[in-house]
Design a protein around this ligand. Structure first.
Ligand SMILES: [Zn+2]
Length: 134
């Protein structure tokens, strides 16, 4: 620790204490919070003392890769069960199944109409609100 480090104007925290605490916590955010300084400020102080902060950062745990249940291709979302192609096919299969059953199809059409009506009502309300505030 050199003396000139202690005399930087505007410095609130004692750098030696900051460094000491950082070496205990190994966390810029937490250290900064204790001294009321930003994590960036902690990083500057610690780095100036020759301590590399980048090495201590823990690597993020790797996300588990998902694969299409149908063909085994990797899927782009962690929630997706099927690849792009198979997802579409599944929707098509579902649509065909609904359409083949007249009762289901009628029910499905009713639902769509209801959603459509609600959506239009919401849109009407939004435009009315906007014209009132404008
Ligand atoms: Zn697939």
């Amino acid at each position: 620790m050199t003396d000139h480090d202690k005399y930087v104007p505007g410095r609130k925290a004692d750098p030696e204490k900051v460094i000491e605490r950082y070496q205990e916590l190994h966390n810029l955010e937490k250290t900064g919070r204790e001294f009321g300084i930003t994590r960036e400020r902690v990083r500057q102080i610690v780095n100036r003392a020759g301590i590399d902060t980048s090495r201590i950062i823990k690597p993020k745990p790797e996300k588990e890769e998902r694969f299409c249940k149908e063909c085994g291709a990797p899927v782009n979302s962690s929630h997706a069960l099927y690849c792009e192609t198979h997802r579409k096919e599944k929707h098509k299969r579902r649509y065909r199944a609904i359409k083949a059953d007249p009762e289901k199809y009628a029910h499905w059409r009713e639902l769509l109409k209801k959603y459509d009506k609600r959506r239009k009502e919401r849109e009407r309300e939004r435009t009315r609100d906007e014209s009132m505030t404008a």
